[in-house]
Design a protein around this ligand. Sequence first.
Ligand SMILES: Nc1ncnc2c1ncn2[C@@H]1O[C@H](COP(=O)(O)OP(=O)(O)OP(=O)(O)O)[C@@H](O)[C@H]1O
Ligand SMILES: [Mg+2]
Length: 258
Amino acid sequence: MITFEHASVTYPGGVQALKDVSLTLEEGEFVVIVGLSGAGKSTLIRAVNGLVPLTSGTCRVGDQVVDPTDKRAIRALRAEVGMIFQTHNLVKRTTVLNNVLMGRLHRTATWRTLLGTYTKEDVEIAMQALERVEIVEKAYVRASNLSGGQQQRVGIARALAQQPKVVLADEPTASLDPPTSHIVMRDLKRICRELNITMLVNLHFLDLARAYADRIVGLRAGELVYDGPGAEADETVFRDIYGRSLTADDVLEKQGTL
Ligand SMILES: Nc1ncnc2c1ncn2[C@@H]1O[C@H](COP(=O)(O)OP(=O)(O)OP(=O)(O)O)[C@@H](O)[C@H]1O
Ligand SMILES: [Mg+2]
């Protein structure tokens, strides 16, 4: 579903954020990327929807090569690729339902977007997405009145309203407490299974990655240093990925206990 072939990214200024990464993700896989801050996790995720151009190599989604210079192709690609953010990125002043409907914009005629009108089908799809994250009773509540965890579930529903083939999530639990982090990861994995969506998720906490990932990809200074089943990623593997021993900061269960 997603293929990187010898993918490298050098940012203007000279930082080499990805170095010759080759990786194939199958349809319906739930893959978690781990690595230290600056390892290139966000860069890898953003390359998939063309937000970051590769300096060399290729990235494919399906059989389509991601080419950020081809605006029409990128627009079509982004309709198929949902994105979930660390900070939810909701419009706080409007309702939950309106936020989820924004996920339909990629598939809506321009004149409808300008008038802010959605079809009955769009509303139906948005409500189904809210149902899937078990928050449909909040549809008419203002987004600002939800808890952080609820807002993140709305963020997931908005991505689902796109009816995507691929979902990218960049640290989706970063602003959540430990129990809520587990709920969000559990939901993402369930949705991945139910809808056979390919998910690529960046996570900071290794225990969370191990608990949910079908497969863990480890990045270290832009290089792919581990690719294997989540359950097999033990402390030795993490030491390889991090280049140091684990600390309490790397483990969700240890947060708030020190
Ligand atoms: N727009 C940019 N311009 C220049 N350098 C960048 C840019 N974005 C990222 N970098 C650099 O590229 C490297 C990889 O960054 P990236 O954001 O992919 O790391 P990350 O693994 O997501 O880190 P974090 O865990 O802190 O989010 C870092 O050294 C970073 O400073
Ligand atoms: Mg990042």
